[in-house]
Write a protein that binds this ligand. Structure first.
Ligand code: PLP
Length: 398
């Protein structure tokens, strides 16, 4: 049956993970994968999640299906966390929320909704963006195109270029934005720049499509990381927001997240909701239940919520410490300035290393990172930082 099927190329990141697993180098380091590690490089299950898991187990719950849109409590809390308690859309009952298969599933679901119901079929995303974005949009039947974002010369944001492109795109375009901790560049607009972006989006009637994969994980502050989403919603825009609980609750493999569509009225919300359910039914029918139960337990249990906030600070704080250590190590060893390492934010550092340097690091030192030079900061730990600094430095002063 399948003799005509050609071998497909490996996924950029999961392909590297596979190569990392197969490496026998004693000091091998995986800087490709974006999953938090503790200071010894071990996977980290949040304490609030471990406790929530015990509580849930003791309740002896059934394993019945959730509804097509997931658990109502999860959706209500996820929306509040995203838009804030005083969101106009929430108080008007204008936001359609469904539980999703983490951030990726939410992006895909939103894209299929656009493909079916929105007149524009192109998603404009920042140049650069997360490697999976364009694939998701294309597989949902949309096109993917870029707007200016990253400025290689400063390792920062080209704000003028971005605003100019947004102004020049056809009115009503779908604009993909990263809520915080831009992946892969670690470069976020300032709050003033977000206001400028919001103004152009409004003037042009663009549809903000906001990917929020790192709320609370970027700065340790849930409100600060949701600034862009809340600003745009309060400015009267109607963002579509994809929310992931993978990083901030450490629920990577539980595939827990939400899709929120801000609409113009409660009646419009009901219509949108009905169509999203129609898209869900033949694809996965209903979302996984365990992660959503854990999230609700953490969000509604005062002690666990407090512990979660503290753990968000621990995780984001460790990333920030590693940024400082990487910058200091490289500046000491290479006699160059590396200010962008601490200026950037979130899980990834866009190091500025070139593809051939990335290849050498992999081949000679078993340091694995994506070919754009993106370093997963969470994979750096006290155990490997010195090795990584030394290998990069050696390469640069060769
Ligand atoms: N969006 C961005 C920008 C990401 O970096 C990621 C994960 O790395 C995701 C979405 C989706 O993650 P998940 O599907 O695990 O929630």
């Amino acid at each position: 049956f399948w003799s005509g099927v050609e071998m497909g190329p490996p996924d950029n990141i999961f392909g590297l993970v596979e190569a990392f697993k197969n490496s026998t180098h004693p000091n091998k380091v995986n800087l490709a994968m974006g999953a938090y590690r503790d200071e010894y490089g071990n996977p980290y299950v949040l304490n609030c999640i471990k406790k929530a898991e015990k509580i849930i187990l003791d309740r002896n719950l059934d394993k019945e299906y959730a509804g097509m849109s997931g658990f109502a409590d999860f959706c209500a809390d996820a929306a509040k966390l995203t838009f804030g308690e005083d969101s106009p859309g929430l108080s008007d009952g204008r936001i359609a929320t469904v539980q999703s298969i983490s951030g990726t599933g939410s992006l895909y679901l939103a894209s299929t909704f656009f493909a079916k119901f929105y007149p524009h079929k192109v998603v404009y995303h920042s140049n650069q963006t997360w490697g999976n974005h364009a694939q998701v949009f294309k597989s949902a039947g949309l096109e993917a195109n870029t707007y200016t974002y990253y400025d290689k010369s400063t390792c920062g944001l080209n704000a003028d270029g971005m605003l100019k492109d947004l102004r020049e795109l056809p009115s009503g375009s779908i604009i993909l934005l990263h809520a915080s901790a831009h992946n892969p560049t670690g470069v976020d607009p300032t709050q003033q720049q977000w206001r400028d972006i919001g103004k152009v989006l409004k003037e042009k009637g663009h549809l903000p499509f906001i990917d929020m994969a790192y709320q609370g994980f970027a700065t340790g502050d849930l409100d600060r990381d949701a600034f862009a989403v809340r600003l745009l919603e309060r400015e009267g825009l109607q963002p579509v927001v994809t929310q992931s609980c993978a990083k901030n609750l450490g629920l990577y493999g539980e595939r827990t997240g939400a899709l929120h569509v801000v609409t113009a009225s409660k009646e419009e919300k009901d219509r949108v909701m009905s169509q999203i359910k129609i898209l869900i039914r033949p694809t996965y029918s209903n979302p996984p239940i365990h992660g959503a139960r854990l999230a609700v337990e953490v969000w509604r249990n005062k002690d666990l919520y407090k512990e979660w906030l503290a753990e968000l600070k621990i995780m984001s704080g460790r990333i920030s410490d590693m940024r400082k250590a990487l910058q200091l190590g490289l500046e000491t060893n290479t006699n160059r300035k590396w200010p962008h390492i601490t200026r950037q934010i979130g899980m990834f550092c866009y190091s500025g290393l070139e593809t051939d340097q990335v290849t050498l690091l992999r081949e000679e030192h078993a340091i694995f990172m994506t070919k754009d030079g993106r370093i997963s900061m969470v994979s750096l730990s006290n155990n490997n930082i010195e090795y990584v600094v030394n290998c990069i430095s050696k390469l640069l002063i060769m």
